[in-house]
Design a protein around this ligand. Structure first.
Ligand SMILES: Cc1cc2nc3c(=O)[nH]c(=O)nc-3n(C[C@H](O)[C@H](O)[C@H](O)COP(=O)(O)O)c2cc1C
Length: 211
């Protein structure tokens, strides 16, 4: 029940108070929620980047739909997915998995061979799209964790991906930005959405139920 209360509490904040900072402990908890997100085959094919540095935030605002929010939020969380799947990336994850579990390397080789036969025959675009979809599960959990901590947030796709990739040097890391979360504390006077009712499609329209 508490989770539902948290989800009702949160909204996509439209203005942040630049004088209010999220504590490092709470940022760690939000990152941990994202890290614990389930992903297809457990590959976690993305990296989370956290920007608190004001100079970097200012640089990132070019091309953003709401640049003031990006500038004034305490932290920007960037979800950047693998640009494609490779045998080396798949092996690295599964070598780590067997090491953590104390199993012999190669224990899951029949499964990783299957993964490779699928992904290595796909286009880079399709592989990136698949990896990008995984980031949204982490984005959702990070938003929920922020809400539980009563930290304001805004999920964001309205930004210039190429610009963010360039500013953060993502291409060299084999990553491409997918989405962002602004984290911080709302400017109560300027956040025009705060007083508006939450709107969701009615249950009867949202659900098809077979009992
Ligand atoms: C993936 C995603 C991308 C979004 N991108 C933006 C955005 O670029 N700018 C913005 O102001 N809101 C953005 N939103 C916020 C949505 O408009 C908002 O979540 C939705 O209207 C529901 O309102 P609520 O979050 O306040 O409940 C985005 C939300 C999601 C989930």
């Amino acid at each position: 029940m508490a989770l539902i209360d948290d989800l009702n509490w949160r909204h996509a904040v439209k203005a942040y108070d630049p004088s209010k900072k999220v504590s490092p402990e709470n940022i760690d908890k939000i990152i941990e929620a994202a890290r614990l997100a389930p992903t297809s085959s457990g590959l976690q094919p993305f990296t989370v980047i956290i920007v608190e540095n004001q100079e970097l935030k200012d640089k990132m605002t070019a091309g953003a739909l709401n640049p003031e929010c990006m500038r004034d939020a305490s932290h920007i969380m960037i979800f950047a997915a693998w640009d494609t799947y490779t045998a080396a990336r798949i092996d690295e994850v599964y070598d780590f998995t067997t090491d953590v579990r104390g199993l012999p390397r190669g224990r899951f080789s029949s499964y990783t061979d299957k993964l490779k036969s699928i992904y290595l025959n796909e286009s880079d675009d399709n592989n990136f799209a698949h990896a990008a979809r995984q980031t949204y599960i982490a984005l959702g959990l990070a938003l929920a964790q922020a809400a539980e901590l009563k930290i304001d947030s805004t999920p964001i796709e309205g930004f210039d991906n190429n610009h963010i990739d360039e500013v953060l040097g993502l291409k060299e890391k084999g990553l491409k930005s997918v989405s962002l979360i602004y984290l911080g504390y709302a400017d109560q006077a300027k956040d025009w959405l705060a007083t508006m009712k939450k709107v969701r499609r009615p249950k009867a329209d949202f659900i098809i139920e077979y009992r």
